[in-house]
Design a protein around this ligand. Structure first.
Ligand code: ZN
Length: 441
């Protein structure tokens, strides 16, 4: 029986190999449909098999900062049931790779794509083409090792979230803010109107509330909500059992912290005192060390001239990049400050989310283990989902990925995701020799 299983695994690896030589990496995730653990996506809903799967790992990062050597993970259905070095027989031999929990990205715009004309189409386009693009964004994000993302926000997230949750499409688990609250001074409304807006998002299916308390950094980053308005938003969300993510720069960082909001996005130009206050209050910080601005600069022509993107704005962004490196560098030194991982992935950067891990380590001096934990157990804690995702432990969802390489020695190993399992389903399982053709561009 055991040898039969091993032969089956070898056969499926060989079949992946032969097929990947002909097709792209994105297709390789679904091609080995005849393998006993890979569920065909074409003619059947993706559902976890109830069978037991054993993964062998020589190096396992548990997501909380520990390294386990030479062990095995036992999975039943969608969950991890045991970590047991003696378990067998082995279904997936991931020895020689680095095995870790699927990553969590706290800040993406999953539906944001470039349109048919190649230009930025935003996150809320509702054309058929935009719907396919959004599904593709979800797929490449999952294949890049991200098994959970928080999308903040567009009402178009909701249908994609639900399609993935119903296993109609492959993609990461999505949490969405639905429609964000855009601060526009007095025009935003009185506190009671703001409270009503928050309740409306909850009714529309929001998993959290996104609040813009500052202008774009391209326009100077000034505050756009009064303290009273901000307090109304974060207080009402809390009453409704929802977390609040606040887009905030400079003074808005302190104001959002004092208003009891859950997490600050970006945080550029926050002072050390602001950051210390956040640490005291337990407010999470989600800064971006590079990818979002690098992506804007890389795709400048596709954004320029679309709403919100001007030459002046692009000139400002180049300056912001170094401010962001500096913020992450300073924030890392504040004792007790909880820094989570969020990329602000939008058109052009979906599937390249892990580049932000490299930016944090290479450009902002974060140590590799802290960077990885920010995208695992700490990221899960910030979502209030520590009991479900973010570590490799009994009872948690079987969200497991493997990298070809050791990210603790060379952080660029995060580009080489060769195995992706979400909720017990394997979406990618490439032979190690194929690493170079399975990476994203
Ligand atoms: Zn954003």
């Amino acid at each position: 029986m055991r040898s039969a299983k091993i032969i089956l695994c070898i056969l499926s690896i060989l079949s992946v190999y032969s097929q990947v030589q002909r097709v792209s990496s994105q297709v390789s995730a679904q091609t080995p449909a005849h393998s006993k653990h890979l569920v065909p996506l074409s003619n059947k809903r993706i559902a976890p098999t109830q069978q037991r799967i054993v993964i062998a790992a020589s190096m396992l990062l548990d997501g909380k900062g520990h390294v386990l050597k030479d062990t095995r993970i036992v999975i039943e259905g969608s969950r991890i049931v045991r970590i047991d070095p003696t378990a067998g027989p082995v279904d997936y031999d991931l020895r020689g790779l680095t095995v870790l929990p699927g990553w969590i990205d706290a800040h993406v715009h999953i539906t944001w794509s470039f349109g048919r004309d190649g230009k930025n189409a935003g996150a809320s386009e509702t054309s058929q083409e935009a719907a396919y693009s959004a599904a593709a964004n979800a797929w490449v994000t999952l294949l890049a090792g991200f098994t959970t993302v928080q999308s903040v926000g567009s009402p178009t997230d909701v249908l994609l979230r639900d399609a993935i949750a119903k296993a109609l499409l492959p993609g990461p688990r999505i949490l969405t803010a639905v429609e964000p609250l855009f601060g526009q001074g007095d025009k935003t409304g009185a506190p009671d109107e703001i409270r009503a807006f928050v309740r409306k998002q909850k009714t529309a299916g929001a998993d959290l509330i996104k609040i813009f308390a500052s202008q774009s950094i391209r326009q100077g980053g000034g505050m756009t909500l009064s303290r009273e308005q901000l307090s109304a938003a974060c207080d009402e969300a809390k009453k409704q059992g929802l977390r609040t993510l606040v887009h905030a720069y400079k003074d808005a960082v302190r104001a959002a912290t004092l208003a009891g909001c859950t997490e600050i996005e970006h945080g550029t130009l926050a002072s050390d005192d602001d950051l210390k206050l956040m640490a005291q209050q337990g407010t999470y910080l989600d800064p971006q060390a590079g990818l979002v601005i690098e992506n804007y600069l890389l795709n400048k022509e596709k954004f320029l001239g679309t709403p919100g993107y001007t030459e002046e704005g692009f000139a400002a962004m180049e300056k912001v990049l170094s401010l962001n490196h500096e913020l992450v560098r300073r924030a890392t030194k504040i004792p007790g400050l909880k820094i989570v991982f969020g990329t602000d992935a939008l058109a052009g950067s979906h599937g390249r989310n892990a580049e932000e891990l490299i930016d944090r380590v290479r450009d902002a001096g974060v140590d590799p283990m802290s960077a990885l934990v920010s995208a695992n157990s700490l990221g899960a804690e910030a979502l209030g989902m520590s009991d479900q995702i973010g570590s490799i432990a009994p009872g948690l969802q079987a969200d497991i990925i493997a990298l070809d390489g050791d990210p603790l020695k060379d952080i660029t190993a995060v580009r080489h995701v060769v195995f992706v399992m979400k909720g017990g389903i394997v979406y990618k399982s490439a032979a190690r020799s194929l690493v170079n053709i399975t990476g994203h561009p």
